[in-house]
Design a binder for this molecule. Sequence first.
Ligand code: HEC
Ligand code: HEC
Length: 450
Amino acid sequence: MKQRIGKAAIVVALLLTGLIAYQQFTSSNAQERIIRPVAASMPQSAGPEQDALQMIREGRETFRYDTFGDEEFWGKTLKLQLAIGGKDLGGVGPGVSPKTALEVGLKVDMDNLPADLVQKIQAGQVDLNDPANTIFLLQSNAVIGVKSFTRDGVVKAVGITCALCHSTVDNAFAPGIGHRRDGWPNRDLDVGKIISLAPEVKPLTDRLGVSEADLKKVLLSWGPGKFDAELLHDGKATRPDGKAAATLLPAAFGLSGVNLHTYTGWGSVTHWNGYVANTQMRGKGTFFDPRLNDEKKFPLAVKAKDWNIRNDPDLVTSKLPALHFYQLSIVAPKAPAGSFDSAAASRGQGLFNGNADCKRCHVPPLFTEPGWPMHSGSEIGIDDFQAKRSPDERYRTTPLRGLWTHMKGGFYHDGRFATLKDVVEHYNAHFKLKLTDAGVNDLVEYLKSL
Ligand code: HEC
Ligand code: HEC
């Protein structure tokens, strides 16, 4: 009987859909009518501008709030929520108070805070040392990039979103609390430390073939603003000099027009989105990249079949088009007036495009090469350890817009140059540019203005 009702409902629904489609068909203009029959089974288009806006909105939701089902990994498996609540709330350990959460670089979106909570924080009535308040922030969807899944008022799992690493806030309310800035890399975020809090890390120790103590040592060696997006594939935790192999969290703005993405040019934005959502966030989707099926280079990816991931249902793929669109729509923020010396910057621009010949690779206004912007380590005067961890074994020319937003953590993929001055001095020596101290300074001011 139940099934019959089901079938009847489907028939009614189909009839209704048909009727609506027919009405739309007959009410559209003559030219559209000629085209419509072909596109009748496709979703209605409102024209490119409206469609683009819709894509941007959907993509933004995904970027900020979608976990792609990764709460199964971070929540059900690693049980991160137990470490957040702490033993007083039925979890383990001391718990993560709002103060601790801010200290490990997590950011709070003030626009998602309930109004009465804002007033209470302002009046100093919220105990920032109480993990229960972190849980409350999570349940308000206010901790950027961390989403909680609650049943009967209890957080049963947490998952992560793209915004965790690629967003920060403007500190409008307090340090670490403000309005979102999508695309800005969070160089305060200590991803390794956060993962190391997880009560259950067996899936990671099993995969890497290391002890829990060694895993924690690796995670804690990354430090703020870094993550290692290749570790689970090649198991290489350290550079040849013994330092952590992790790379800096890059900006996720100013990427339109740029052909290859990541420090080592793994692929397009949407390739990398699929890579990250499936293989790093451990969302549940589909991912295929036969270049990872390389026993010598990526033994762990081969063993875990990460080069060919299939999930049913697939919680990633349908979100990739709009996510891609949103990513490309985030422009690099302009350097605020007064944050650089404009006379020096304009002399620096002359050097950049002239004697120093930076524009050979950093071609304005993209500041990377149109085409295949890849270079060997020796071309730019560095080792090729990180390059060799990628399919092309090259470094991609970094698009330089918005450098001023991430002055923390250093420059180049692993932050080896602490300041822009160090970068320019490196080029000065490597390319024998014979820049004077004043010239170096001018170039730095120009870089700060981009
Ligand atoms: C745990 C932190 C983390 C999360 C979560 C994360 N990323 Fe990233 N992202 C990184 C790191 C680190 C890199 C650089 C990787 C490399 O070069 O090997 C990167 C690189 C990128 C790039 C390339 C930027 C460029 O300069 O070309 C894009 C685009 C990007 N991520 C988008 C996303 C999107 C979209 C999501 C969500 C599906 C996401 N990321 C989730 C850490 C993260
Ligand atoms: C041969 C091509 C090439 C030339 C010439 C070149 N660069 Fe680069 N640049 C690169 C590559 C490749 C990277 C990425 C290196 C890495 O991440 O390890 C890079 C990275 C940078 C970065 C770091 C960006 C970041 O976010 O970490 C800055 C700044 C920079 N270049 C400025 C310059 C300046 C200034 C000049 C001229 C003096 C210059 N570059 C000349 C290829 C080049």
